[in-house]
Design a protein around this ligand. Structure first.
Ligand code: F0G
Length: 460
């Protein structure tokens, strides 16, 4: 018998397909050079299997596509807004909702609304856009994630947890009144998609509230986080993802959301809060940056697709297939002894470029080089998540030197088959076999904000 355990399978079948262009290694060498060795600057039609991101790259269901036809494109009071509001209340539990075009629109407004210049904003590792908006609002980000998160080989189940000691030390040092709020990202993208336990967010909530500090959940992949709690935390095995998600969100005062991930859409986000005054300020602010408070930069049809996406995504079988598809790729790569972040993340496999390219120093951007080489090998596109993504210290201008120097192979939801993933694993293994001849990179153009999106490189 081939199977030791019962295999999982997707809880959906394919109705529409999008043909892929096949390119040669010669072509791809030219394309990546023209793109300055930055996978963000490739044309998508030149990519064969696109694992750049799971953001906005999801396949929608027939139920969601049908919802597009029911778009109420009124400037004010669209019925799709009310459907979305009802589902956010039902599944996340927050009282008030302001839609935004995507996650960073929500981050911008909440940061401006809650951060006073000079305040600190602790968080369980940074996310690029989240930290930048906190800094632009005059805040200083402080990493309070557990130490294990910075170690790709540490196998703890909840490597996304906030270190309560670090949080308490910060409160003692600067005083609760100088902390705008604490951000809890779940799962933690930059740590490799690592989850936060229920016990941890509960304790964070208690400590924060004792000092008058708000808890803001980055709910972008909180459904995937709920799956890990169901699978790994004592007492949750018999609870549904929906129940766990709602309990988890109940330990926060507000949430920013990139609907382009968990919620199975191509565009959309929101900020949700429980505090009436904060809501009123956000509702007023949204008209400056995004659009009226009943559409927030989205078409009515997009809000409908997101409202329906919440209902679908939260089903247990959906999240199980999602996370297990990522693990399928991880397990294949393990057979080739590829260095990766463990445990596997919910949305992506993260290759450990420091161990992959031991001979390339971090100052020569090994993860950036690996992402480029993987593309040339097979047309598989991943993303750098290391020193380039980490950027510079806002005070000193020095490059941040993160412990984690990673290439992310991110799984769009419901898009690729196991055969695609077999090919990805094969290509990574081939690049690994040829690792000794790989060269580092030199940055030749560096944009001021979020440099990883547009920076240019050449080989050294
Ligand atoms: N928070 C997290 C944890 C994210 O992963 C992202 C986006 C955002 C916030 C911002 O949301 O893109 O809708 O404005 N992450 C994408 C990624 C870009 O590829 O991981 P957005």
């Amino acid at each position: 018998m081939k199977f030791a355990t019962k295999p999982w399978a997707e809880p959906y079948k394919i109705k529409v397909v999008e043909p892929l262009k096949v390119t040669s290694a010669e072509d791809r060498k030219k394309y990546i050079q023209e793109a300055g060795y930055n996978t963000f600057l490739l044309r998508s039609e030149d990519v064969y299997i696109d694992l750049l991101t799971d953001s906005g790259t999801n396949a929608m269901s027939d139920y969601q596509w049908a919802g597009l036809m029911l778009g109420d494109e009124a400037y004010a009071g669209s019925k799709n807004f009310y459907n979305l509001e009802a589902n956010v209340k039902k599944y996340y539990g927050y009282k008030y909702l302001v839609p935004t075009h995507q996650g960073r629109g929500a981050e911008n407004m909440l940061s401006q609304c809650l951060i006073k210049k000079g305040q600190y904003v602790p968080g369980n590792m940074y996310f690029t856009t989240t930290r930048l908006h906190q800094e632009l609002a005059g805040g200083t980000f402080v990493d309070v994630i557990v130490d294990e998160a910075h170690d790709p080989q540490n196998q703890s189940a909840f490597k996304g947890n906030v270190c309560l000691q670090k949080f308490e030390d910060l409160i003692k040092k600067v005083g609760g009144e100088n902390i705008a709020y604490i951000t809890v990202g779940a799962t933690v993208n930059m740590a490799g998609g690592q989850p936060v336990s229920m016990e941890n967010i509960k304790a964070v909530n208690a400590m924060a509230h004792q000092h008058g500090i708000k808890v803001v959940l980055d709910a972008t992949r909180a459904m995937e986080n709920a799956y890990y709690i169901q699978q790994k935390e004592a007492g949750y095995a018999n609870k549904s993802i929906a129940e766990i998600l709602k309990e988890f969100a109940s330990y926060s005062d507000a949430a920013t959301m990139s609907g382009k991930k968990d919620l199975l859409v191509n565009i959309g986000g929101f900020v949700a809060v429980n505090d009436r005054e904060v809501f009123e300020e956000l509702r007023n602010m949204v008209v400056i940056y995004e659009g009226l408070h009943t559409y927030g930069g989205l078409a009515g049809r997009d809000m409908e697709a997101m409202a329906r996406g919440i209902e679908e995504a939260v089903r247990d079988e959906n999240i199980a297939a999602r996370v297990n598809q990522v693990a399928y790729l991880g397990n294949l790569l393990d057979e080739y002894n590829i260095p990766m972040v463990k445990p596997f993340g919910g949305h992506a496999i993260f290759l450990d470029a420091k161990r992959f390219y031991e001979h390339i120093p971090q100052s020569q951007y090994p993860a950036q080089a690996l992402a480029a080489n993987l593309y040339v090998n097979s047309g598989v596109r991943g993303m750098e998540r290391g020193i380039v993504s980490a950027g510079r210290n806002k005070e000193t201008g020095e490059e941040h030197m993160p412990n984690l120097e990673l290439v992310r192979l991110t799984m769009p939801r419901r898009v690729y088959t196991q055969a695609h993933l077999d090919l990805v694993a094969y290509s990574v293994a081939e690049v690994y076999e040829n690792r000794h001849s790989a060269k580092g990179l030199k940055m030749i153009y560096e944009p001021k904000y979020l440099r990883f999106f547009q920076a240019l490189f050449e080989t050294v």
